[in-house]
Design a protein around this ligand. Structure first.
Ligand SMILES: [Fe+2]
Length: 196
């Protein structure tokens, strides 16, 4: 088994702290505990330059507030920048009830998981970056999921009201629960982890 490169380990260590913050719901924290326990076992590594999408250009602006931060947020930001050329970028191609700028306005970055820098099939750990004023479509997926916001942004569960949990907050999605996110007039970045 390969040992884990230090930039990925630094990202995981800092993300683990952000997902464990006590103000988050118990179900969100319980899910994170299980995911980060699985991450104690490294996967396989793939350091290849990957295709980028237009929304990747919003990464620097989203992470700018953390450029001098020496806390977990700063470490997550620094690790993402160090790993940026190798991140497994993808886009959601189903756009039902998304904003018209959605396709060009979002990118999902896989760090650990299928198609990620750390290839593994038991979980997903990464983030979504969006340009300003983008609404991600209502969607659902079998894996249970939780998010942590690194910027301002709003979430909606089922077809309920839009909520603004603030930086460090987020939502928890039970398997197959319908949810959506949207950015305000600034770039958006939220970490996510899913149990496969
Ligand atoms: Fe989701």
């Amino acid at each position: 088994m390969q040992s884990r490169p230090k930039e990925i380990q630094a990202f995981i260590d800092a993300a683990r702290i952000l997902f464990a913050v006590e103000t988050r719901s118990k179900e969100a924290r319980d899910l994170a505990v299980e995911i980060f326990a699985r991450l104690e076992q490294p996967g396989e590594f793939r350091f290849e330059t990957r295709e980028r999408f237009p929304a990747c250009d919003s990464l620097d602006k989203a992470l700018e507030p953390y450029s001098d931060a020496d806390d977990e947020y700063g470490q997550v930001a620094k690790s993402i920048k160090a790993l940026e050329p190798f991140i497994g970028w993808s886009r959601r191609m189903t756009v039902a009830n998304a904003s018209p700028n959605f396709l060009e306005g979002h990118a999902n970055g896989m760090i650990c998981g299928p198609g990620g820098i750390e290839q593994r099939r038991d979980l997903q750990l990464g983030f979504t970056v969006m340009k300003p004023d983008v609404r991600y479509p209502d969607h659902s997926h079998p894996p249970e999921e939780t998010y942590v916001l690194m910027t301002a942004g709003e979430f909606r569960k089922d077809r309920g009201p839009w909520l603004s949990p603030g930086i460090g907050g987020g939502i928890h999605n039970a398997p197959n629960a319908v949810h959506a996110v949207r950015s305000d007039d600034n770039p958006f970045l939220a970490l996510w982890c899913l149990k496969i």
